[in-house]
Structure formats: C-alpha cells, structure tokens
Design a protein around this ligand. Structure first.
Ligand code: AMP
Ligand code: ZN
Length: 112
C-alpha cells in the first residue's frame, strides 16, 4: 500500500520522531501551523476516523492519552488544540488517521 504515514511508521521515510510505542508514533509536522505542531499516528493503517469501529476503542483512546502526555512533556500548560481532520470536507490530505496537536500560541475559533 502506498501510504506516506505507513512508510514513516516503518522507518522508510524519515520524520522527527518525538514518541514511539507499541501502538503509535508521534512526530513533528513538516509544515507546522503553530510553534508546537505534532502528529500522533497509529501503527495500524486506519484510513480515517470515519473508518474506526468498536475494535478501535482502545487504540483511539490511546492516541488521545498519548497526545495529552506529549503535550504536557512539551510544556503546553496554557492549552493546545487537538484536531482530527476527517475526509474531504474535513480537510484530510493524508489517508492514514492522525491526531494533530497544536500549541504555543493562542488559536482562534472557528477554524476556516
Ligand atoms: P491532514 O491535512 O489533516 O491530512 O494533515 C496531514 C499533515 O501531515 C499536514 O499537516 C502535513 O503538513 C503533514 N505531513 C505531510 N507529510 C509529512 C511528512 N513527511 N512528515 C511530517 N508531516 C507531514
Ligand atoms: Zn497507512
């Protein structure tokens, strides 16, 4: 399968890894939209949040608790935003589920 994030998970494409465990990895976004911008990515290829089912409950929970732990470690005590762009209308461009974590500046609402 020709999937960019599967290749990063497999170590075939380099990334600035900041976390690595049995179920997921996290790395810095190549085009950061905030002073801190990283992605939490499951090792398993799940195309999007819309493709998750009841078998993914523990994995999806793990992605969020990992995002929270990394945000804490990176000093985002004043808050941050977690985003999961899903499908064409959600602005998803890489079809392998990923959790964005953005912080280090005040983020406006609503998003574009
Ligand atoms: P999305 O638009 O939600 O699918 O997000 C995809 C994200 O992946 C974007 O923020 C990109 O900047 C990021 N991205 C694409 N290629 C790479 C890469 N090789 N390494 C790190 N981040 C990437
Ligand atoms: Zn993949």
């Amino acid at each position: 399968m020709d999937c960019l994030f599967c290749k990063i998970v497999a170590g075939k494409i380099p990334a600035k890894l900041i976390h690595d465990d049995e179920h997921c990895i996290a790395f810095l976004d190549i085009n950061p939209q905030a002073p801190t911008h990283f992605l939490v990515v499951p090792r398993e290829h799940v195309a999007s949040l819309a493709r998750g089912g009841s078998s993914h409950t523990a994995l999806f929970g793990h992605l969020l608790t990992t995002a929270s732990a990394i945000a804490r470690d990176r000093g985002l005590a004043n808050g941050y935003r977690v985003v999961v762009n899903t499908g064409p209308d959600g602005g998803q461009t890489v079809d392998h589920l990923h959790v964005h974590v953005l912080g280090g500046r005040h983020l406006t609402w609503p998003p574009g």
